[in-house]
Design a protein around this ligand. Structure first.
Ligand code: SAM
Length: 270
């Protein structure tokens, strides 16, 4: 493939997703495109033009351009904080209404299942939404079958008791339909229009995706979440590394940046 075509495809990925692929990741994307070009008939078009004209092919390309690393109960201290403060507090203020939770870059679903299982163990009713740009990982989440690399020995281990009923001796997790069916899933590109942002959410997890975005994109997405998605009294959690990069210049309006111990989060006044 010509260098120019590849550079144009990388720019296209950035335009579509906000992601700026790292050098280490670019070779994987290039290998995928080389292989893909042999599989399909381009009828004289180069891959760049083909993908621009073909929405299904765009999804296939983006499914190979994202980094999907995730695991259950990642960043255990946030789950401690949810267990001890956020979930009980929201539950008592919402009465019989469910706590609405959104995993906004959900990958294969370990994050949203961790949130759902934690709330379930506390007897708290939830409505859970998982969104991602990548349709392959969303499908994996729907299946609810995980290899042992989704269960880390160190981080999250304190909450593995919640997975025990579904885990075999090789630490593979197989979630039954009564759990997988509790999660609403959709493809959603966070860089797109305000209208697609879900409404009235009490807990937003948007973790380990901002690292791939420009500063301006981080600012814009966070502000949309605050303005369109977050309910009064709601919380937004980023990964620890990411929230450290949100300084006052891109701090969203309408929330406070708060901390409790080593857990940092945004909170909208109730
Ligand atoms: C590293 S995973 C993070 C998974 C999980 N939140 C965690 O922290 O363990 C990042 C996810 O962000 C998704 N993603 C990247 N760009 C996106 C975009 N523009 N809109 C929605 N999801 C996106 C990727 O497909 C990937 O599944």
């Amino acid at each position: 493939m010509e260098d120019k075509e590849f550079t144009d495809i990388i720019s296209l990925i950035t335009k579509q997703t906000g992601i700026i692929p790292r050098e280490s990741h670019k070779s994987g994307i290039k290998n995928f495109i080389d292989k893909r070009k042999k599989e399909i008939k381009l009828n004289g078009l180069d891959y760049y033009n083909y993908v621009c004209l073909n929405k299904a092919e765009m999804d296939i390309l983006l499914n190979h351009a994202t980094v999907n690393e995730t695991y259950f109960f990642r960043e255990e201290s946030q789950f401690n904080f949810l267990k001890n403060k956020v979930l009980p507090e929201l539950h008592s203020s919402l009465g019989l209404n469910p706590v609405r939770i959104w995993s906004a870059a959900a990958s294969s679903g370990e994050e949203i299942y961790s949130l759902y299982l934690l709330a379930l163990s506390l007897g708290i009713k939830t409505e859970c939404l998982a969104t991602d740009i990548n349709t392959t990982v969303l499908q994996k989440g729907a299946e609810g079958k995980y290899k042992s690399n989704s269960v880390k020995a160190v981080d999250g281990a304190k909450f593995h008791y919640l997975l025990t009923p579904y885990m075999n001796q090789d630490k593979e997790v197989n979630l039954p339909p009564e759990i997988t069916s509790k999660i609403d899933r959709r493809q959603m590109n966070l860089t797109k229009a305000d209208s697609i942002f879900p409404r009235n959410i009490h807990i937003v997890f948007i973790r380990n995706v901002f690292v791939y975005f420009t500063v301006e994109m981080r600012r814009s997405i966070l502000q949309k979440i605050v303005d369109f998605s977050l309910a009064p009294g709601g919380y937004i959690f980023l990964s620890m590394n990411e929230i450290a990069t949100i300084d006052y210049t891109i701090l969203p309006k309408g929330v406070e940046k708060c901390s409790e111990g080593n857990v940092f989060y945004f909170h909208k006044k109730g």
